[in-house]
Design a protein around this ligand. Structure first.
Ligand code: BJW
Length: 252
């Protein structure tokens, strides 16, 4: 472990005698080998649906049934997929690493949690959460939001039939940004896993961390749009790269 931590410490203005603090950002690529479609790959979600139809508030206002059906199908599909070696490796890191670790995911699936990660910050929301547009409260949700005959289920809190998926669409503010930026400005190492770097503000995290003196590492199938911002980049499947990197960090 010492060797790997010293390597990151060398770059870091924050490095003292403590274990380096790490911020990890994950994207759709980490769940690809579990069988969940990414967005921008060939055959990915944006080839099957127009972004403006299903991932913008205006699309939901125009055709709520289309959007609810899109998210109902993705929520139902979670029952048929399992976390892969990359999710399990990050859970192992959380359990065995002595320094501070913040796991931020852009993913709305629950594979980090099911892989054993104890704390996951879902900056783009979660499929298994409903947001009521009447009372603005959130509820755990594992059922369809579009029922037979086009009926909409009631909010468990205020009973209005006004639920929407608790996800962040384009033009909306991602969740917990203050906490994320605070962690980025204080971390020694920023690691980005399985994300194309096409969507802000997540795509700007590497520059934020690097500007604050952190070492930066990309683990992705191929160079991302922001690959050149990273001090180090490793390319290949997450199920191989992530366990290997975690092993290096833990010295085993
Ligand atoms: C593998 C692999 C394997 C495959 N192993 N790797 C600045 C500049 C320009 C524009 C903007 C800007 N700031 C804001 C904007 C506007 C906009 C934006 O970014 N637009 C872009 C089109 C340019 N951003 C927003 O509107 C955001 N809000 C916002 O900015 O609020 C204001 C604000 C201001 C200041 C500070 C903070 C906020 C909101 C963005 C919401 C994105 N929502 C979605 C949908 C969520 C719900 C859902 O899931 O349906 O989030 S869109 C979609 O893209 C989803 C994802 O989380 C997100 C990122 O996708 P991701 O994860 O990177 O997936 P892919 O498919 O793109 O890439 C997968 C990668 O994995 C690839 O590289 C593969 O190679 C790799 N891979 N298999 C390892 N086995």
């Amino acid at each position: 472990m010492a060797c790997q931590l010293e390597q990151y410490g060398k770059h870091s203005g924050h490095m003292t005698n403590h274990s380096p603090s790490i911020v990890i950002l994950t994207g759709a690529g980490i769940s690809a080998e579990s069988g969940i479609d990414t967005f921008r790959s060939a055959g990915g979600l944006w080839e099957q649906h127009k972004v403006e139809d299903v991932a913008k508030p205006e699309g939901f206002a125009r055709d709520p049934e289309l959007v609810l059906g899109f998210y109902d199908a993705r929520r139902a599909a979670l029952a048929g997929v399992e976390p892969n070696a990359a999710h399990h490796a990050l859970a192992r890191l959380a359990a065995e690493y002595s320094g501070e670790l913040l796991l931020v995911t852009q993913n709305v699936d629950d594979l980090h949690e099911r892989g054993g990660s104890p704390q996951v910050l879902h900056m783009h929301g979660e499929l298994k959460s409903a947001l009521c547009q009447s009372c603005e409260m959130r509820s755990a949700w594992d059922a369809p939001m579009l029922e037979a005959g086009g009926r909409r289920p009631k909010c468990p809190i205020c009973a209005a039939p006004s639920l929407r998926p608790d996800v962040v669409w384009f033009g909306e503010m991602p969740y917990q940004m203050e906490r994320i930026y605070a962690a980025l400005s204080a971390c020694d190492l920023f690691v980005s896993i399985g994300t194309s770097g096409a969507v802000y503000p997540a795509a700007g995290f590497v520059q934020e961390a690097r500007g604050a003196g952190a070492a930066t590492l990309e683990l992705n199938l191929e160079p991302s749009e922001g690959s050149h911002h990273f001090a180090e980049a490793r390319h290949g499947p997450a199920s191989q790269l992530v366990p290997q990197w975690v092993g290096e960090m833990l010295g085993a």
